[in-house]
Design a protein around this ligand. Structure first.
Ligand SMILES: Nc1ncnc2c1ncn2[C@@H]1O[C@H](COP(=O)(O)OP(=O)(O)OP(=O)(O)O)[C@@H](O)[C@H]1O
Length: 343
């Protein structure tokens, strides 16, 4: 049975569709990230799943049970959903242990104490149970929030930008920790983010959203290697478009020579363009080179060269121990990679 199914989900604000016939399935024990630019409808989708708003059209089902439609609407407190938001929303006047115990009202005192101890052990805060939220770091507060959200064994966990207030240096450690905790508890989760780096590190699958719809769903590597649209390719990382001709299923011809593709290019139109990312480009001094370098930046282990190509600009990293001679012509090569070709 699926953990969550969204079918034709639609929601409007002031007559304008902000979630538009959206379909998505989350499997049990799976973490799916709704990833997209600001305003594309991620939080609104999350609110519809939680039951904080009623969909204008379409349905939400959790573990096979319809949450709305045919005159029914299951309220948020009856959906058995855990929630975690960017501002932690811990109760400031309650201790860590009291915060974690908050949703466990139906349990006996002994059961509550045991579950709180278990959860604090899981998030490695067993020595902090009597502290108040203001006596904790941001990462510790977020671990209390996850312990509280998981304490009553929800069917589904919703996380809205939970890492955006966390210092960049500890963010990825916390992402790893919380992913481990969610997997350990065998809970399904929907995670909302606009950061692809966070999504890559945290989620099993990504659902890329654009203007209220899902543009593409898949594992991070698949989306990166086989984006179905330019929007998805561009969202997943900086690059430039270069005119290209498909020679066969395994290579394209460009003004910079033939480029081998590590993924099958399929039955596409012969002429089109390829989206090339900086890490697939190498620059070198060569007699017939014609690449224009706009500026360079020394970064310690590498130089970043800003180049102008086909009316676009791109920053390309290059090893610092073999700097280019900018007074000599410079040429560009494209390495074999999973080519993103668009007809
Ligand atoms: N209460 C509201 N009234 C009117 N419009 C709203 C309301 N809440 C959100 N919107 C609009 O709906 C659209 C989608 O908002 P939503 O918060 O779902 O986007 P998001 O993808 O989560 O964005 P962000 O990453 O910035 O949080 C936006 O254009 C937003 O301005």
């Amino acid at each position: 049975m699926h953990s969550l199914v969204l079918e034709n989900l639609s929601y409007r604000y002031d007559g304008e569709a902000v979630v538009d016939s959206l379909n998505l399935t989350v499997e049990q024990n799976e973490i799916v990230c709704l990833l997209g630019a600001s305003g594309c409808g991620k939080t609104t989708t999350l609110k519809a799943i939680a039951g904080l708003i009623e969909p204008f059209q379409g349905s939400v089902s959790i573990l096979g049970k319809a949450m709305n439609g045919n005159g029914t609407f299951v309220p948020p407190q009856k959906r058995n959903i855990g929630m975690m938001f960017q501002d932690y929303a811990l109760f400031p006047h309650l201790t860590v242990a009291q915060n974690v115990a908050f949703g466990l009202t139906s349990k006996s005192k002994r059961e509550r104490q045991d579950r709180v101890a278990e959860m604090l052990h899981l998030v490695q805060l067993q020595d902090y149970s009597d502290r108040f939220p203001h006596e904790l770091s941001g990462g510790q507060q977020q671990r209390v929030a996850i312990a509280r959200a998981l304490a009553y064994k929800p069917n589904l966990l919703l996380l809205d930008e939970p890492f955006s207030n966390i210092d960049a240096q500890v963010r990825f450690q916390l992402i790893n920790d919380i992913r481990r905790i969610i997997k350990d508890q065998q809970v399904s989760a929907i995670f909302v983010s606009h950061s692809k780096e966070e999504a890559f590190a945290f989620a099993d699958r990504l659902a890329i959203m654009d203007k209220g719809k899902i543009a593409q769903v898949g594992e991070p590597r698949t989306l990166f290697q086989r984006p179905k649209s330019k929007m998805v390719a561009e969202f997943l990382g900086q690059g430039i478009y270069i005119p290209a001709q498909r020679v066969n299923g395994a290579s394209v011809e460009t003004q910079f020579g033939a480029v081998k593709s590590l993924v099958e290019l399929g039955d596409l139109d012969a002429k089109g363009e390829m989206y090339v990312r900086p890490q697939h480009i190498t620059l070198e001094n060569a007699e017939l080179g014609s690449v224009k370098i706009l500026n360079q930046r020394f970064m310690g282990t590498e130089y970043i060269y800003r180049v102008a190509l086909e009316g676009q600009e791109l920053e390309i990293p290059h090893p610092a121990h073999e700097p280019l001679d900018l007074n000599q012509p410079i040429s560009l090569k494209i390495k074999a990679h999973a080519v993103n070709f668009f007809s």
